[in-house]
Structure formats: C-alpha cells, structure tokens
Write a protein that binds this ligand. Structure first.
Ligand code: CP
Length: 310
C-alpha cells in the first residue's frame, strides 16, 4: 500500500504489519542506533496546515532516523497566506522532487484528494474530524505492549467523540483487533449512531469505567464546535472530567491514555495525567517508531528487511 490515508481501509494484517515493523524499529533505536539508512536519498515534506506539536515532531524525527531529508513546511510564512490552493502547493512540492508528503489539514478528505492528484505517497497526519491513522496505530501499539493481544479487551474512549479523528482511527483499529470499545460522554458529543461502527455507546461513566482495562481521554475540541448545544468546558468537567473520585471506579490495573494536547483540569486532572497508571508519554515515545514504520512501508520498504539481530 503506497498511501496511509485511514485505518478504516487497512486490514488487520496491515495493522499488525505496521505494529511489527514499529516494534523492530523501537528495538533498534533502544540499542543507541541513532539512524538507519532505510530512506537515504529520499526527501519527505511535512505539510502541516493545522497546529501540531507531537505528530509533526515525531514525523520529523522519524524521517531523520530513517536517514531521509526532511523539509517542514511553515504554513505561516508560505504562499498559502497569499491564497495559493492546497492542490497548487502540493503539486509544486512534487515538482521539486519530493518523494513523499505527510499532510495535516483541517478539511476531512484532503489527504485522499492529494493521493488522487499526486504520483508520490501521501500520509495522513490528521484530517479534520475524520481520521488520524498514525495516532490510532501508536495508541493500539501502546495498548498491545501493556496488555498483550487486544481481542476481548474492554476499552473506554471518553470525551468529545463527535469531533475526534483520534476516536475514529482508534475505533477502526480496535474493532479490527477484536477489542470491545465503549464510547462515553454527553449525548451531544457521543451520539447513538456511533454504534453502527461496532462499538457501544454509554452516558453512564461509573458503569462504563468499572470493567475498563483502558480508558482513553479526548480533548473537548471547541475550535470545531460551532453550535451552542454542546456543553461548556465547565459543564463537561463537572459531568465527565476524570478526577480522583471517578478514577477510583476504575480497576487499579487499568491504564489511562490521552493523545495530547491535554487540557489539564478539564478532561483529566493533573494528578491522574502524571500518575502511575498514565501511559501518556509512552504513547508519545511509541509515536516515533510507529511513524518510522509508516514512512518506511509507504516508501515501499519490506517489513522482513527490518530485522533485529540478537
Ligand atoms: N496527538 C496529536 O495529534 O498531537 P498534536 O496535535 O500536537 O500533533
């Protein structure tokens, strides 16, 4: 597969192939090997037209660890501010001989659009409220490292599901992996129609948390919420924010996840985000190896060539 656009279109075998390749890269990096020559001579352009800290830096680092040349597009100082379209921007990047584009964009479907007009691989680094495939891959990679096989595991995703590309990518990955996913939050942000994706929907936080093995928290994305019928941050926190009392409803072995950025004191209290059950920074660390795997495989790399010699 040349592009990485969504997890929805990946098979379970392809998800497992990314995980296995990421695990091999992670082991290689642990041995103080700073770089592998896998993508030497390739140029990767990170075309981020929405803000990002983790994803952008992880893709930058991943490309460098693979020995690729990487160019980070600076949207604020680019000709997009003069009205240049996404199509023209991408075609000009391709004309400069880039070998791959990693794109983040506010419009759902923009990576698919680029994949249809360009001859080079396109990797989706988050498109609107649609998908964030490498986030779903790194989240499920982290869960597997902590819990083993995910078949039958109970995962609660709590928060703003409606506007969350992270939720959609995790739902597709986890259901393919056989996990039991329950979406929790206010009915305006967690509508019943999500059950069509093969998940449960609940508005009862206490009962949902009781048997969860993973609870993944999501930020309330006010920047995407145009209507006033969504709860205010204060209303959300009072009903669904994860605090010490509500965390006591969880199994002590349950892990707490968050893709970042965190709004401390809104969807999660600091003592839980920084507590021993939190794997939030492990997710970030795993994002490097998972993005190395994504870039390597989209560039045509063979997974069997990423081997760890004991
Ligand atoms: N999780 C995530 O996508 O974070 P950034 O927006 O900082 O990249």
């Amino acid at each position: 597969r040349r592009h990485l656009l969504t997890i929805e279109e990946l098979s379970l075998a392809e998800i497992e192939q990314v995980h296995a390749t990421a695990a091999a890269f992670k082991t290689i990096l642990k041995r103080s090997v700073k770089k592998v020559p896998a993508l030497r001579g390739k140029t990767i352009v990170n075309l981020f037209l929405e803000p990002s800290t983790r994803t952008r830096m992880a893709f930058d680092m991943a490309a460098k660890r693979l020995s690729a040349d990487v160019i980070s597009f600076d949207a604020a100082s680019s000709s997009t501010t003069k009205g240049e379209t996404l199509r023209d921007t991408a075609e000009n990047i391709q004309a400069l001989n880039a070998d791959m584009i990693v794109i983040r964009h506010a419009a759902a479907g923009s990576p698919l659009f680029l994949s249809k007009i360009l001859d080079i691989p396109v990797v989706n680094a988050g498109d609107g409220a649609h998908e964030h495939p490498t986030q779903g891959l790194l989240d499920t990679f982290t869960m597997k490292e902590r819990l083993g096989a995910m078949k039958g595991r109970k995962v609660v995703i709590l928060g703003d599901i409606l506007f969350s590309r992270v939720a959609r990518s995790n739902i597709h990955a986890l259901t393919k992996m056989g996990a039991n996913v329950t979406l929790v939050g206010p009915s305006t942000l967690v509508p019943q129609w999500f059950t069509e994706l093969g998940v449960a929907v609940s508005h009862d936080l206490k009962s949902a948390l009781a048997d969860a093995e993973v609870v993944m928290l999501l930020r309330i994305q006010h920047e995407r919420q145009a209507s006033s019928h969504f709860p205010s941050l204060g209303e959300y926190t009072s009903m669904f924010g994860l605090n010490k009392t509500r965390a006591s409803w969880l199994n002590p072995k349950a892990i707490i996840m968050h893709p970042g950025p965190i709004n401390r004191g809104v969807e999660i209290d600091s003592e839980l985000a920084d507590g021993e059950r939190s794997v939030i920074l492990e997710q970030v660390s795993n994002g490097l190896a998972v993005r190395m795997a994504a870039l390597y495989l989209c560039a045509g790399g063979q997974p069997e060539h990423v081997t760890v010699v004991e």
